[in-house]
Design a protein around this ligand. Structure first.
Ligand code: ADP
Ligand code: MG
Length: 306
Protein backbone atom coordinates (compact mmCIF):
# COMPACT_ATOMS: atom_id res chain seq x y z
CA UNK A 1 0.00 0.00 0.00
CA UNK A 2 1.30 3.45 -0.88
CA UNK A 3 2.55 6.04 1.57
CA UNK A 4 0.69 9.32 1.78
CA UNK A 5 2.71 12.47 2.42
CA UNK A 6 1.43 16.02 2.96
CA UNK A 7 3.68 18.99 2.23
CA UNK A 8 2.55 21.52 4.78
CA UNK A 9 3.42 25.06 5.75
CA UNK A 10 0.82 27.75 6.35
CA UNK A 11 3.15 30.28 4.76
CA UNK A 12 3.13 30.81 1.02
CA UNK A 13 6.28 30.92 -1.07
CA UNK A 14 8.34 28.47 0.99
CA UNK A 15 8.65 25.76 -1.66
CA UNK A 16 5.64 23.50 -1.03
CA UNK A 17 4.55 23.24 -4.65
CA UNK A 18 8.10 23.07 -6.01
CA UNK A 19 8.90 20.30 -3.53
CA UNK A 20 5.70 18.35 -4.18
CA UNK A 21 6.34 18.31 -7.93
CA UNK A 22 10.02 17.51 -7.75
CA UNK A 23 9.88 14.99 -4.92
CA UNK A 24 7.17 13.30 -6.98
CA UNK A 25 9.32 13.43 -10.12
CA UNK A 26 12.39 12.25 -8.19
CA UNK A 27 10.53 9.25 -6.80
CA UNK A 28 9.43 8.39 -10.35
CA UNK A 29 13.11 8.58 -11.40
CA UNK A 30 13.81 6.02 -8.68
CA UNK A 31 11.23 3.62 -10.10
CA UNK A 32 8.21 4.51 -7.96
CA UNK A 33 4.66 5.17 -9.10
CA UNK A 34 3.44 8.51 -7.83
CA UNK A 35 0.17 10.43 -7.59
CA UNK A 36 0.25 14.16 -6.81
CA UNK A 37 -2.77 15.88 -5.30
CA UNK A 38 -3.17 19.59 -5.94
CA UNK A 39 -5.08 20.69 -2.84
CA UNK A 40 -4.44 24.40 -3.34
CA UNK A 41 -7.30 26.35 -4.99
CA UNK A 42 -4.65 28.53 -6.63
CA UNK A 43 -3.81 25.42 -8.67
CA UNK A 44 -0.11 26.30 -8.93
CA UNK A 45 0.87 22.66 -9.19
CA UNK A 46 -1.65 21.95 -11.95
CA UNK A 47 -0.53 25.05 -13.86
CA UNK A 48 3.18 24.36 -13.30
CA UNK A 49 2.81 21.01 -15.05
CA UNK A 50 0.76 22.52 -17.86
CA UNK A 51 -2.29 20.36 -17.23
CA UNK A 52 -5.42 21.92 -18.73
CA UNK A 53 -8.63 22.33 -16.77
CA UNK A 54 -10.34 18.99 -16.25
CA UNK A 55 -14.02 18.13 -16.18
CA UNK A 56 -13.44 16.22 -12.95
CA UNK A 57 -10.94 17.89 -10.64
CA UNK A 58 -10.42 17.46 -6.92
CA UNK A 59 -13.32 19.82 -6.29
CA UNK A 60 -15.90 17.52 -7.89
CA UNK A 61 -14.44 14.54 -6.05
CA UNK A 62 -14.62 16.26 -2.66
CA UNK A 63 -18.24 17.21 -3.36
CA UNK A 64 -19.03 13.57 -4.05
CA UNK A 65 -19.80 14.18 -7.72
CA UNK A 66 -17.00 11.91 -8.96
CA UNK A 67 -14.23 9.63 -7.78
CA UNK A 68 -10.67 10.87 -7.89
CA UNK A 69 -9.81 11.22 -11.57
CA UNK A 70 -6.01 11.27 -11.99
CA UNK A 71 -4.49 12.73 -15.15
CA UNK A 72 -1.26 11.15 -16.41
CA UNK A 73 1.49 13.77 -16.64
CA UNK A 74 4.14 11.24 -17.67
CA UNK A 75 4.74 7.53 -17.19
CA UNK A 76 4.15 6.49 -13.57
CA UNK A 77 3.37 10.08 -12.64
CA UNK A 78 -0.28 11.09 -12.22
CA UNK A 79 -1.94 14.24 -10.92
CA UNK A 80 -5.35 15.05 -9.48
CA UNK A 81 -5.84 18.64 -10.54
CA UNK A 82 -7.19 21.65 -8.71
CA UNK A 83 -9.19 24.66 -9.81
CA UNK A 84 -10.34 27.93 -8.33
CA UNK A 85 -13.69 26.26 -7.50
CA UNK A 86 -11.87 24.54 -4.67
CA UNK A 87 -11.70 27.84 -2.79
CA UNK A 88 -15.46 27.53 -2.21
CA UNK A 89 -15.19 23.95 -1.01
CA UNK A 90 -14.32 24.80 2.59
CA UNK A 91 -17.56 26.75 2.98
CA UNK A 92 -19.68 24.35 0.97
CA UNK A 93 -18.56 21.29 2.91
CA UNK A 94 -18.80 22.83 6.35
CA UNK A 95 -22.03 20.99 7.22
CA UNK A 96 -21.09 17.74 5.53
CA UNK A 97 -20.98 14.74 7.87
CA UNK A 98 -17.43 13.38 8.15
CA UNK A 99 -16.09 16.44 6.39
CA UNK A 100 -12.56 15.86 7.75
CA UNK A 101 -12.39 12.41 6.13
CA UNK A 102 -13.46 13.14 2.56
CA UNK A 103 -9.96 12.87 1.10
CA UNK A 104 -9.17 9.75 3.11
CA UNK A 105 -12.26 8.03 1.70
CA UNK A 106 -11.33 9.04 -1.83
CA UNK A 107 -7.80 7.64 -1.38
CA UNK A 108 -9.10 4.22 -0.39
CA UNK A 109 -9.90 3.44 -4.02
CA UNK A 110 -6.51 4.48 -5.44
CA UNK A 111 -3.98 3.84 -2.68
CA UNK A 112 -3.07 0.38 -3.97
CA UNK A 113 -2.28 1.77 -7.42
CA UNK A 114 0.61 3.96 -6.19
CA UNK A 115 3.80 3.79 -4.14
CA UNK A 116 3.39 7.40 -3.03
CA UNK A 117 0.57 9.93 -2.90
CA UNK A 118 1.92 13.43 -2.28
CA UNK A 119 -0.36 16.31 -1.35
CA UNK A 120 0.43 19.97 -2.05
CA UNK A 121 -1.40 21.79 0.76
CA UNK A 122 -2.78 25.32 0.52
CA UNK A 123 -1.11 28.02 2.64
CA UNK A 124 -3.75 27.85 5.36
CA UNK A 125 -4.87 25.57 8.15
CA UNK A 126 -8.53 25.18 7.13
CA UNK A 127 -10.72 22.22 6.20
CA UNK A 128 -8.74 21.31 3.07
CA UNK A 129 -5.50 21.07 5.05
CA UNK A 130 -7.32 19.12 7.76
CA UNK A 131 -8.41 16.61 5.10
CA UNK A 132 -4.79 16.25 3.98
CA UNK A 133 -3.57 15.59 7.52
CA UNK A 134 -6.35 13.16 8.30
CA UNK A 135 -5.45 11.04 5.30
CA UNK A 136 -1.64 11.19 5.56
CA UNK A 137 1.03 8.93 7.01
CA UNK A 138 3.61 11.72 7.13
CA UNK A 139 3.75 15.51 7.12
CA UNK A 140 6.81 17.07 5.56
CA UNK A 141 7.44 20.72 6.42
CA UNK A 142 9.36 22.78 3.86
CA UNK A 143 11.06 25.75 5.52
CA UNK A 144 12.62 28.56 3.55
CA UNK A 145 16.01 29.29 5.07
CA UNK A 146 15.23 32.95 5.64
CA UNK A 147 14.40 35.08 8.68
CA UNK A 148 10.95 34.25 10.15
CA UNK A 149 11.15 30.74 8.71
CA UNK A 150 9.96 29.33 12.03
CA UNK A 151 7.43 32.02 12.85
CA UNK A 152 3.98 30.58 13.47
CA UNK A 153 5.35 27.07 13.58
CA UNK A 154 3.99 26.42 17.08
CA UNK A 155 0.46 26.97 15.77
CA UNK A 156 1.04 24.60 12.89
CA UNK A 157 2.32 21.95 15.26
CA UNK A 158 -0.68 22.40 17.51
CA UNK A 159 -2.88 21.60 14.53
CA UNK A 160 -0.78 18.53 13.65
CA UNK A 161 -0.90 17.35 17.28
CA UNK A 162 -4.66 17.83 17.47
CA UNK A 163 -5.18 15.88 14.29
CA UNK A 164 -2.98 13.10 15.65
CA UNK A 165 -4.88 12.90 18.92
CA UNK A 166 -8.39 13.21 17.51
CA UNK A 167 -8.49 12.14 13.89
CA UNK A 168 -5.40 10.26 12.71
CA UNK A 169 -3.22 8.45 15.25
CA UNK A 170 -0.61 7.39 12.71
CA UNK A 171 0.25 10.93 11.61
CA UNK A 172 3.87 11.95 12.26
CA UNK A 173 6.12 14.74 11.15
CA UNK A 174 8.20 12.68 8.77
CA UNK A 175 10.69 15.32 7.81
CA UNK A 176 11.67 18.96 7.57
CA UNK A 177 13.05 20.24 4.28
CA UNK A 178 15.33 23.29 4.17
CA UNK A 179 14.56 25.08 0.90
CA UNK A 180 16.09 27.89 -1.18
CA UNK A 181 19.38 27.46 0.64
CA UNK A 182 22.47 29.43 -0.28
CA UNK A 183 25.50 28.35 1.72
CA UNK A 184 27.27 31.63 0.98
CA UNK A 185 24.68 33.51 3.00
CA UNK A 186 25.31 33.72 6.72
CA UNK A 187 21.59 34.20 7.30
CA UNK A 188 20.74 30.95 5.51
CA UNK A 189 23.35 29.04 7.50
CA UNK A 190 22.11 30.48 10.79
CA UNK A 191 18.50 29.64 10.01
CA UNK A 192 19.47 26.06 9.18
CA UNK A 193 21.24 25.85 12.54
CA UNK A 194 18.09 27.00 14.31
CA UNK A 195 15.96 24.54 12.35
CA UNK A 196 18.36 21.74 13.33
CA UNK A 197 18.23 22.83 16.95
CA UNK A 198 14.47 22.48 17.07
CA UNK A 199 13.82 19.56 14.77
CA UNK A 200 17.03 17.57 15.22
CA UNK A 201 17.22 14.46 13.10
CA UNK A 202 13.86 15.15 11.50
CA UNK A 203 15.60 17.62 9.21
CA UNK A 204 16.61 15.96 5.97
CA UNK A 205 20.36 16.02 5.39
CA UNK A 206 19.76 17.19 1.84
CA UNK A 207 19.17 20.93 1.65
CA UNK A 208 17.43 22.23 -1.46
CA UNK A 209 19.70 24.91 -2.84
CA UNK A 210 18.49 28.12 -4.37
CA UNK A 211 18.59 27.22 -8.04
CA UNK A 212 17.18 29.22 -10.90
CA UNK A 213 16.30 26.09 -12.90
CA UNK A 214 13.77 25.19 -10.21
CA UNK A 215 12.05 28.53 -10.74
CA UNK A 216 12.27 28.25 -14.55
CA UNK A 217 10.90 24.71 -14.87
CA UNK A 218 7.25 25.66 -14.11
CA UNK A 219 7.37 28.32 -16.84
CA UNK A 220 8.21 25.48 -19.25
CA UNK A 221 5.46 23.35 -17.64
CA UNK A 222 7.99 20.76 -16.55
CA UNK A 223 9.36 19.06 -13.48
CA UNK A 224 13.07 19.63 -12.89
CA UNK A 225 14.12 16.26 -14.35
CA UNK A 226 12.30 16.90 -17.62
CA UNK A 227 13.62 20.47 -17.72
CA UNK A 228 17.28 20.20 -16.63
CA UNK A 229 18.32 16.93 -15.11
CA UNK A 230 21.91 18.08 -14.63
CA UNK A 231 20.89 21.13 -12.57
CA UNK A 232 21.68 21.47 -8.85
CA UNK A 233 17.90 21.46 -8.26
CA UNK A 234 17.51 18.03 -9.88
CA UNK A 235 20.49 16.68 -7.93
CA UNK A 236 19.12 17.98 -4.63
CA UNK A 237 15.62 16.60 -5.12
CA UNK A 238 17.02 13.23 -6.21
CA UNK A 239 19.21 13.07 -3.10
CA UNK A 240 16.20 14.03 -0.99
CA UNK A 241 14.15 11.23 -2.58
CA UNK A 242 16.83 8.69 -1.61
CA UNK A 243 16.46 9.90 1.97
CA UNK A 244 12.66 9.72 1.75
CA UNK A 245 12.73 6.13 0.53
CA UNK A 246 15.24 5.26 3.24
CA UNK A 247 12.97 6.78 5.92
CA UNK A 248 9.94 4.94 4.57
CA UNK A 249 11.82 1.65 4.64
CA UNK A 250 13.90 2.03 7.80
CA UNK A 251 11.93 4.50 9.91
CA UNK A 252 12.23 8.18 10.71
CA UNK A 253 15.36 9.11 12.68
CA UNK A 254 14.84 10.10 16.30
CA UNK A 255 14.27 13.83 16.77
CA UNK A 256 16.84 14.04 19.58
CA UNK A 257 19.90 11.85 20.14
CA UNK A 258 18.89 8.79 22.09
CA UNK A 259 20.69 7.97 25.32
CA UNK A 260 22.40 4.62 25.25
CA UNK A 261 20.97 2.86 28.26
CA UNK A 262 20.89 -0.79 29.19
CA UNK A 263 18.00 -2.51 27.46
CA UNK A 264 14.80 -2.34 29.48
CA UNK A 265 13.48 -5.60 30.93
CA UNK A 266 10.82 -7.15 28.77
CA UNK A 267 7.93 -6.26 31.06
CA UNK A 268 4.51 -5.74 29.50
CA UNK A 269 4.84 -1.98 30.13
CA UNK A 270 8.19 -1.81 28.36
CA UNK A 271 6.88 -3.76 25.41
CA UNK A 272 3.85 -1.53 25.11
CA UNK A 273 5.85 1.71 25.07
CA UNK A 274 4.86 3.41 21.81
CA UNK A 275 7.85 4.07 19.60
CA UNK A 276 6.07 7.00 17.98
CA UNK A 277 6.08 8.95 21.23
CA UNK A 278 9.85 8.67 21.53
CA UNK A 279 10.22 10.06 18.03
CA UNK A 280 8.22 13.12 19.00
CA UNK A 281 10.45 14.27 21.87
CA UNK A 282 11.54 17.56 20.34
CA UNK A 283 8.11 18.30 18.98
CA UNK A 284 6.64 17.81 22.43
CA UNK A 285 9.30 20.06 23.90
CA UNK A 286 8.44 22.86 21.50
CA UNK A 287 4.80 22.51 22.43
CA UNK A 288 5.65 22.87 26.09
CA UNK A 289 8.11 25.70 25.59
CA UNK A 290 5.80 27.65 23.31
CA UNK A 291 6.53 29.48 20.10
CA UNK A 292 9.86 28.93 18.48
CA UNK A 293 12.01 32.05 18.82
CA UNK A 294 13.49 33.61 15.73
CA UNK A 295 17.01 32.47 14.91
CA UNK A 296 20.04 34.37 16.14
CA UNK A 297 21.00 36.29 13.06
CA UNK A 298 24.51 37.42 12.30
CA UNK A 299 25.03 39.84 9.50
CA UNK A 300 27.45 39.27 6.66
CA UNK A 301 29.54 42.20 7.92
CA UNK A 302 29.69 40.97 11.53
CA UNK A 303 30.94 37.60 10.31
CA UNK A 304 33.56 39.20 8.10
CA UNK A 305 34.85 41.25 11.05
CA UNK A 306 34.98 38.20 13.34
N1 ADP B 1 15.08 25.99 -4.49
C1 ADP B 1 14.56 27.01 -5.19
N2 ADP B 1 15.36 27.82 -5.90
C2 ADP B 1 14.86 28.87 -6.59
N3 ADP B 1 13.55 29.17 -6.63
C3 ADP B 1 12.69 28.39 -5.95
C4 ADP B 1 13.14 27.27 -5.20
N4 ADP B 1 12.07 26.68 -4.63
C5 ADP B 1 11.00 27.41 -5.00
N5 ADP B 1 11.36 28.44 -5.79
C6 ADP B 1 10.48 29.47 -6.36
O1 ADP B 1 9.93 30.18 -5.26
C7 ADP B 1 8.58 30.50 -5.49
C8 ADP B 1 7.70 29.90 -4.39
O2 ADP B 1 7.80 28.49 -4.42
P1 ADP B 1 6.52 27.56 -4.30
O3 ADP B 1 6.98 26.17 -4.45
O4 ADP B 1 5.45 28.01 -5.25
O5 ADP B 1 6.08 27.86 -2.81
P2 ADP B 1 4.68 27.54 -2.07
O6 ADP B 1 4.03 26.42 -2.77
O7 ADP B 1 5.09 27.22 -0.66
O8 ADP B 1 3.88 28.81 -2.13
C9 ADP B 1 8.25 29.95 -6.86
O9 ADP B 1 8.36 31.00 -7.80
C10 ADP B 1 9.30 28.90 -7.11
O10 ADP B 1 9.59 28.72 -8.48
MG1 MG C 1 2.05 26.37 -3.57
Amino acid sequence: MGKIISLLNHKGGVGKTTSTINIGAGLVELGKKVLLIDLDPQANLTLSLGIPRQKYSLYEALRGESELVPVTYKENFDVVTSSLDLSGAEMELINEAGREYLLRELFELVIDDYDFIIIDCPPSLGLLTLNALTSSDYVYIPLQTEFLALQGLAKMKQVIDKVRFRLNKKLVIGGVIATMYDKRKVLNRDVVETILKYFGEKVFKTKIRNNVALAEAPAQRMDIFSYQRSSPGAKDYLALCHEIIDRCENGIPQAAPRRTAAPAPATPTATAAPVVEKKETVIERIRVEGPVPPPVIRTESSVEQA
